[in-house]
Design a protein around this ligand. Structure first.
Ligand SMILES: Cc1ncc(COP(=O)(O)O)c(C=O)c1O
Length: 602
């Protein structure tokens, strides 16, 4: 993507770009060797830069850096002095080749690079011709952090661990020790048989997650807090490290090699997110901090444009606070009303009651695809269609859905879709907002600053189209790249197979937990993703959470940022065990055994 933050008028001081000293435009910086050597011409033949906008030259250099074969100066490569036209107006005017070649022959590049995510950006490859030798593109040392190619086996990461020797550190607050990678041997093969029959090996998946080898309070870590955040596979950890070791730069705005690498990596990640969601274009994907920020963005930017007093916004009783509070704030600001679709005793949206809330005043229906507190999978596609039938816009909160089953935003047909990277094996602080193009284009920016503008004067500012218009300032570049790697990892694993396995594990866990005397599961829909919320008679949820932690078991206890739905069931808190494809029957057995022990001491 091309942005023009640095475009200056002839009276401005041009920014320093690689090889070009900062100088007033119009007084030619000398020497001009980088450009001359890029163009393959001797200094004496080098074109004059008088009257040129250096930002356009910078962009031209960037194009060459990105693509060694770019036909920026074809005639120059052939030994003909190129003719360069000064910029006029706002349109870049790079005229390549011999005089008389029209500006339409100027190099173009796709906004979205098509490179395979996870693989170092094209500029890391040595240029084929000598045209850009002077840029001395640095090849990363081959073995330092090689990212496995898609489909390539990921090595077991034994070398990442230190074996702790000697006594445990008394200062270590949670007595966490580091141990060598060990394969967990299934202790209940009979129970695991159906899982293996599904053609899925969760033990192989586990080996890709170094943190699962941690010991907590001397016990094997049992991570059952996946709805809060998922753990990260080595390939994601490596991809983020690789970015900082070899690609780190700010994006879009500079003419040097690392900027090209970072921009390519970032935009590749955007294309990966689009592919993962089934979106038609990467332009529909806005990078945000997570689901919370995405919902706030829509509530503020879309809401400011389309919601006024007397309008209605419909949500469901299942929502996370992130899909309640931004709409309440919008209602408070505009005088609109917030209506809530009720749920039945299993924790399912009552469709008939939901339908009765919809009317021409309904401007937005915002619903979760999976409840984080109960695990209920909502009939999102049907609810979106019902909302559209009355002319309402829709937002689907996919924070708890994307990791658990494949999602296709075009089939879902929601106007907006949001999710957080950290719940799908990616780093924290990165997520995505999908918007239909006509929706994103109809919305004003919600934040102002660099990166999102076309042109700024003190009188007025013009903005880029989406997605840049919604990405003011420097984003979370490295973690966006990590998100792309995580989605590739899941694709590679087989999202549907993983979902089928997780479903089997959910059935197993539900059956085993139901056998514990005094334990009540909250949320009993047959349509659930890998979440089991429960209470144990005679035990406070926080005490259960702490007691389980002492046995190495990480579950969440509390209100799960979804107080209204817990209160619907007369509760302020539950214990929540939530699953991922690296969980195994032994994790469930460990949890069940611990709960039985605690229950019997109740
Ligand atoms: C259903 C749902 N929506 C939204 C969020 C908010 O996600 P984040 O805190 O990553 O922005 C969560 C987090 O738990 C969630 O479960």
């Amino acid at each position: 993507m091309t942005t023009s933050d640095s475009a200056g008028s002839p009276s401005e001081t041009a920014p320093a770009v690689s090889g070009l000293a900062s100088a007033p435009v119009g007084s030619v910086p000398a020497p001009v060797s980088p450009l001359a050597s890029m163009a393959g011409v001797a200094p004496a033949q080098a074109p004059s830069l008088a009257g040129w906008d250096l930002s356009i030259l910078a962009q031209a250099m960037m194009d060459v850096v990105r693509d060694p074969n770019a036909q920026v100066f074809p005639a120059a490569k052939a030994g003909v002095t190129p003719t360069l036209s000064p910029s006029s107006g706002s349109e870049p005017a790079i005229v390549a080749g011999t005089p008389g070649v029209s500006p339409s022959a100027a190099p173009t590049k796709s906004d979205v690079p098509t490179q395979v995510p996870g693989v170092p950006a094209t500029p890391a490859a040595a240029p084929s011709a000598g045209a850009i030798d002077a840029l001395a593109l640095a090849e990363p040392s081959a073995d330092f952090f090689r990212i496995p190619l898609l489909g390539e086996a990921v090595p077991v990461a034994t070398s990442y661990f230190l074996v702790q020797t000697g006594a445990p550190n008394p200062d270590s607050p949670s007595d966490i020790s580091l141990v060598e990678t060990k394969e967990l041997t299934p202790v209940s093969p009979a129970l695991n048989r159906p899982l293996r029959q599904a053609g899925f090996d969760p033990y192989a998946v586990r080996r890709e997650f170094p943190i699962l080898n941690e010991r907590v309070h001397g016990r094997r870590l049992v991570w059952l807090d996946n709805a809060a955040t998922t753990q990260k596979p080595q390939t994601v950890i490596d991809r983020v490290s690789y970015f900082y070791a070899h690609e780190n730069s700010n994006i879009h705005r500079a003419a040097h090699t690392l900027a090209a690498r970072a921009t390519d990596a970032y935009e590749n990640a955007r294309a990966t997110v689009a592919r993962f969601l089934g979106a038609s274009s990467a332009r529909n994907i806005v990078f945000v901090r997570g689901a919370t920020e995405a919902i706030n963005l829509v509530a503020q930017a879309w809401g400011a444009q389309f919601v006024s007093a007397g309008d209605e916004i419909v949500i469901t009783h299942l929502e996370h606070h992130a899909n309640i509070v931004p709409w309440q704030q919008l209602c408070a600001k505009t005088g609109a009303r917030l209506l809530v679709a009720p749920v039945n005793d299993r924790g399912e949206v009552i469709l008939e009651a939901y339908g009765k809330l919809l009317c021409p005043r309904t401007k937005m229906v915002a619903l979760t695809q999976v409840s984080n507190a109960l695990g209920t999978i909502t009939p999102a596609q049907q609810m979106v269609a019902m909302a559209h039938a009355v002319g309402a816009c829709t937002l689907v909160d996919g924070a708890q859905a994307v990791a658990h089953f494949p999602v296709n935003v075009r089939a879902l047909d929601s106007d907006f879709y949001v999710f957080s990277g950290h719940k799908i094996y990616a780093p924290t602080g990165i997520g995505a907002l999908y918007g239909k193009p006509e929706m994103l284009d109809s919305m004003p920016p919600w934040q102002g600053g660099g990166n999102m503008i076309k042109d700024v004067t003190f009188e007025r500012t013009t903005y880029h189209p989406a997605p840049a218009r919604f990405e003011a300032g420097t984003g979370n570049i490295a973690d966006a790249v990590g998100l792309g790697a995580a989605l590739d990892w899941l694709d590679n694993l087989g999202h549907e197979r993983a979902a089928a396995y997780e479903h089997e594990l959910l059935n197993y866990a539900t059956a085993e937990l139901s056998k514990i005397p005094g334990l009540t599961i909250i949320g009993t829909s047959p349509n659930k993703a890998g979440v089991i919320s429960f209470v144990l008679a005679g035990h406070k949820t926080e005490e259960l959470g702490s007691a389980l932690d002492r046995e190495g078991i990480a579950v969440r206890s509390g209100h799960h940022c979804a107080q209204p739905i817990l209160r619907r069931f007369g509760l302020e808190a539950t214990v929540r065990a939530s699953l991922a494809p690296y969980n195994v029957c032994e994790d469930i057995d460990t949890l069940v055994a611990a709960l039985k022990r605690l229950g019997s001491h109740g």
